[in-house]
Design a protein around this ligand. Structure first.
Ligand code: HT7
Ligand code: ZN
Length: 853
């Protein structure tokens, strides 16, 4: 397949200021008539080239006259045009019901909907399907009124009516020029939860969350989150919504979380529907976070879009940074930062250290869908955060104001964004730009020496950026590190917090008048997305976990202490657990701490993250070391876990405090179960059965899922029957089993793939079983290779249905270099089998072939 290079970017040869689309909607055969006003752009003499894929072309007219001198070149329609401006009309037929890829126009449980990012619009009609061609859209839809009573598109509704034959029509106009990837329409039998929002300039916006009638009762949280997001973007970024209506539609079959189409967001129902009986606190948080993310795109993505797909992080990194800020402001900012860093380490760090590593602004790709990655999104957000840290809040706000003003209505680049940061921030970010072009997670070594009696402390810092595919040599980067020193004896701070910009391979910092032995607190707030290697002792880490005034640094010290202990346990088969037990005990008994923070702080690092620290991963050794520490913590601190478990309880409410208490109780239950305490199974089962909310019910199910208790089987059975007709909850049933740490999980998962409720056609279901299994380190890496074979079989089967989703699930197989020779050979064998599969999509080919390199 062809490789697309960033350096090959050329401005569009033809622009399309206006387009009219006329849809005659039918699930089996939809007719699309498109009328494009085209104007010559950059290059003189070039024919008009319209991207297309998978549709049947019925006719082409130029300036009202049928023509046949067009050609098809690799699915693109090429029309020779002589003048500077023309009207081009095409008519095509497409088949939404047969569209299992879920790109373009497709059917989901009887609803017709679209997904056009990144290159889905070309599956609907012929068009220059690239983000720098901005057009005003007029859309007319005609459909059977009984089956599709609701017809929605981008922008504002302008007209509609009934036809004689049981069909009806509606017309929508979007006055804002937009790229084709933001086009959307929906037709279906939908009910609406209506709301309204008055903008800061006093305009009334009509809000609608559209779902199936039976789901309406589960949309209040999403609507509330939408209103909060609209207000937050006004207060924090001065950004006001610009149309008279804002609609969101939820569908069950969706390749991603949601899509920010102008004025008509389309969501995976998983990120809209929530009520206490079916959604956990994490689900509630995710709904609010994704609603906010898509809403924020209206400015960071839609009003200012990307010039080309290499600039994807321009909109995604910035918008993730914005949604993280929104969520932090809704509850505990410290806990939100911990969650975000945990997810960065779980997904982006391994990506950056593996065969699919790529810069935040990639240089090339085969299939752009493969680049909707943790690097583009989450590392991209960290880049924005670092610039915000360097500039400080006022100058950062001035810089974003400048960006919105300078580039409104255009397709911009990452470079444009950074230039605004420089111009309004008064800083030179020349070297900082390396963050956009160099892949890999920098490693910082830090050693702190103190001259006893002399009062002088010397901090030596050095950085190293590892080699990544295609980038063997790296330059030193700008690493903004927040640093503070604390006194080991008195516990008091010895310095203020300082922002150190480490921009050399090595630097030395000197602190004078340090009267007692200092302890180093570094990368506070996770100010740079790097790995810190310091020589802090277990005692110093335990001290920081109890005394640091930065909550993230406190959490981080505990994590480092746990990690060092677990790595020692995995390598040596045993470790001294005393420092961890002491630190966890102290955290549990500190009454000044927020329960939500305590719950995060006492959690052990994930198996995958422990494995990332080892030269060669031994999954059983990691599992055994982690279980040993869990058991010890459970047993030694049993009284405190019971106290936390029996702590304050009240009927369910979704408030930050109640969420924190629920989380801590579930963590405590896990530790009690780890000890094998006699009553643990009963406690878990009683919680499962008596729960008045899904957080408690699933929390108990999760705890049981890792055990041999008889209650485990009963609980899964009850859960399945209780929620048999709720697909989102059934996903939890599959996922919880796929994540179990039991020795038989791989066999159970292979069997579950044959379950009548399992299907690869629904991406949520595929991710719940196959995706979750791939990140279950112990089960997936079973020494006989059954996990590898299973994943490869599923990917090959899914590739024929939905290549995008299949390709997204491949990365666990690409970790082969990290394992022993026997496992490596088995994984490589499966990758080779995938690459050799006839008719493979370019999506899966790119992921599998790069993983072999
Ligand atoms: N911008 C949206 C990306 C997206 C997507 C990408 C590839 C395939 C399907 C997709 N659906 C949505 C989502 C977002 O970041 O907000
Ligand atoms: Zn996004």
């Amino acid at each position: 397949p062809a490789v697309i290079h960033r350096s090959d970017y050329r401005p569009p040869a033809w622009m399309v200021p206006d387009v009219s689309l006329d849809f005659d909607l039918d699930p089996d055969a939809t007719r699309v008539r498109a009328k494009l006003d085209v104007r010559r752009g950059s290059a003189a003499g070039e024919p008009l080239r319209l991207d297309g894929a998978g549709q049947t072309l019925l006719s082409v007219h130029v300036d009202g006259v049928a023509v046949n001198d067009w050609t098809l070149d690799n699915d693109a329609l090429v029309i020779p045009l002589s003048g500077e401006a023309h009207t081009v009309e095409t008519e095509v037929e497409i088949a939404p019901e047969a569209n299992s890829q879920l790109m373009g126009l497709y059917a989901s449980s009887g609803i017709l909907c679209t997904q056009c990012e990144a290159e889905g619009f070309r599956r609907i009609t012929y068009f220059p399907d690239r983000p720098d061609v901005l057009a005003r859209y007029r859309v007319r839809m005609t459909a059977d009124k009984a089956r599709f009573p609701i017809l929605l598109a981008n922008g504002d509704p302008v007209d509609g009516g009934d036809l004689d034959d049981g069909r009806h029509w509606a017309e929508w106009h979007d006055p804002y020029p937009k790229p084709s990837y933001l086009f959307a329409l929906v037709a279906g039998d939908l009910a609406v939860n209506r709301g309204s929002f008055t903008t800061m300039s006093g305009r009334e916006v009509v809000l609608g969350i559209w779902v199936r009638e039976g789901d309406l009762a589960r949309t209040d949280h999403a609507l509330h989150a939408l209103k909060l997001s609209m207000a937050w973007d006004e207060q924090v970024y001065g950004r006001e919504y610009d149309l008279d209506v804002f609609n969101i539609v939820a569908v069950d079959d969706f390749n991603f979380g949601a899509m920010e189409n102008k004025g008509l967001n389309i969501f995976n129902s998983r990120y809209i529907l929530a009520d206490p009986d079916t959604a956990t606190d994490i689900d509630y948080d995710n709904v609010a976070g994704v609603v906010a993310h898509e809403y924020f795109h209206n400015w960071s993505g839609n009003r200012i879009t990307c010039r080309d797909w290499f600039q994807l992080s321009l909109k995604e990194g910035f918008t993730v940074y914005r949604d993280q800020g929104f969520s932090a402001d809704q509850g505990s900012a410290a806990v939100k930062r911990i969650e975000d860093v945990r997810s960065l380490r779980a997904s982006q760090f391994p990506e950056d250290g593996g065969p699919l590593a790529h810069p935040v602004r990639p240089e090339s790709f085969i299939e752009i869908s493969n680049f909707y990655t943790a690097t583009i999104y989450n590392k991209g957000a960290e880049l924005i955060r670092m610039m915000a840290t360097i500039l400080g809040p006022q100058r950062f706000r001035a810089a974003t104001d400048l960006y919105f003003e300078r580039f409104d209505g255009t397709a911009a680049t990452c470079e444009d964004f950074v230039a605004c940061m420089e111009d309004a921030g008064g800083v030179d970010l020349s070297q900082f730009r390396l963050w956009y072009s160099q892949a890999g997670t920098p490693r910082v070594a830090a050693t702190l020496d103190h001259q006893a009696g002399g009062g002088r402390a010397t901090l030596r810092l050095s950085q190293q950026v590892p080699a990544t595919p295609g980038q063997p040599e790296k330059h030193a980067m700008v690493l903004p590190l927040k640093i503070r020193l604390f006194g080991a004896e008195t516990g008091r701070p010895l310095t203020d917090e300082q922002l150190v910009l480490l921009d050399q391979p090595a630097e030395t910092l000197v602190f004078e008048a340090i009267s007692e032995r200092p302890v180093l607190s570094i990368n506070r707030g996770f100010s740079a997305p790097v790995v810190i290697e310091s020589d802090r002792s277990p005692a110093d880490l335990a001290f920081l976990s109890g005394h640091d005034d930065d909550p993230f640094a406190r959490y981080e010290a505990m994590q480092q202490l746990m990690l060092d202990t677990l790595v020692a346990g995995a390598i040596e088969g045993q470790a001294d657990h005393r420092a961890v037990i002491g630190a966890v005990g102290a955290t549990l008994s500190d009454p000044s701490l927020d329960p939500a923070f305590v719950a995060e702080a006492v959690l052990l690092p994930a198996e995958g993250f422990i494995a990332d620290q080892l030269a060669t991963v031994d999954p059983e050794a990691v599992f055994t070391a982690r279980e040993a520490l869990r058991r010890d913590l459970g047993a030694q601190l049993e009284g405190q876990w019971r106290e936390a478990y029996d702590g304050p309880r009240a009927p369910y409410a979704y408030t930050p405090r109640d969420k924190g208490l629920r989380r801590l109780r579930n963590v405590a239950l896990g530790y009690l179960a780890a000890t094998g305490a006699e009553d643990a199974a009963k406690l878990a089962f009683t919680q499962f059965a008596a729960a008045d909310n899904m957080t408690d019910r699933q929390g108990a199910l999760q705890v049981l899922s890792n055990t041999d208790f008889d209650e485990r089987v009963a609980a899964f059975d009850i859960f399945f029957h209780r929620y048999a007709d709720n697909p989102l909850v059934l996903d939890k049933w599959f996922q919880t089993q796929a994540l179990s740490s039991r020795a038989d999980t791989a066999d159970v998962v292979v069997e579950l793939a044959q379950h009548r409720a399992f299907s690869l056609t629904n991406p949520n279901r595929a991710r719940a079983l196959v995706g979750a299994f791939g990140v279950n380190q112990r089960a997936f890496n079973r020494a006989d290779g059954v996990g590898y074979r299973f994943l490869a079989d599923q990917l090959i089967a899914l590739d024929r249905i939905n290549p995008q989703t299949s390709a997204k699930l491949l990365p666990p197989l690409g970790r082969w270099r990290r394992f022993d020779p026997a496992r490596s050979a088995l994984m490589r064998g499966e990758l080779e089998r995938i690459v050799a599969t006839p008719g493979l999509s370019k999506d899966l080919f790119e992921q599998a072939s790069k993983s072999l390199e």
